[in-house]
Design a protein around this ligand. Sequence first.
Ligand code: FES
Ligand code: FES
Length: 178
Amino acid sequence: MHFNSKNYPSIAYFYAANHSSLHNLTIMANFTLNINGKQQQVDVDPATPMLWVLRDHLNLVGTKYGCGVAQCGACTIHLGDVAMRSCILPVSQVGNQPITTIEGLSENGDHPVQQAWLEHDVAQCGYCQAGQIMNAAALLKANPKPSDAEIEGAMNGNICRCATYVRIKAAIKTAANS
Ligand code: FES
Ligand code: FES
């Protein structure tokens, strides 16, 4: 199934319904975004969450939809160096700040966090993992040698329905020591 803003009946995507029902009232706007080091232009409703700009307009589908209300972390991207929930980040609030998605975290999938993820065979179904990796990478950028408690605190909001939490923590410790 192709996941997009139209096939999830989530609160965050009432914007999609509104967009449809108030079509004649919606004012589209052109935004130039810096995504993964490239300038990208989109013509969208300014209220559109970045999650759907990425997935529906730019075909960057590595960023996942989980809850749509900032509760699961599946949609985590970087705004500058900071981990952000793209499901609640309107495109109009991005401005000139660079965005990094899982596709742009490293050129060849060899960011230390990605290497550690492979070493520990972290992923199970994989659905949450892009968000987990992006959150972990932002943590290590801000705090290269986090304590166990700091790892747990930083990763606390990223939900994994497959419960890969033990391997996630081990991988972050490996990445921190690499
Ligand atoms: S989809 Fe954004 S936090 Fe769940
Ligand atoms: S690996 Fe399945 S949800 Fe996390």
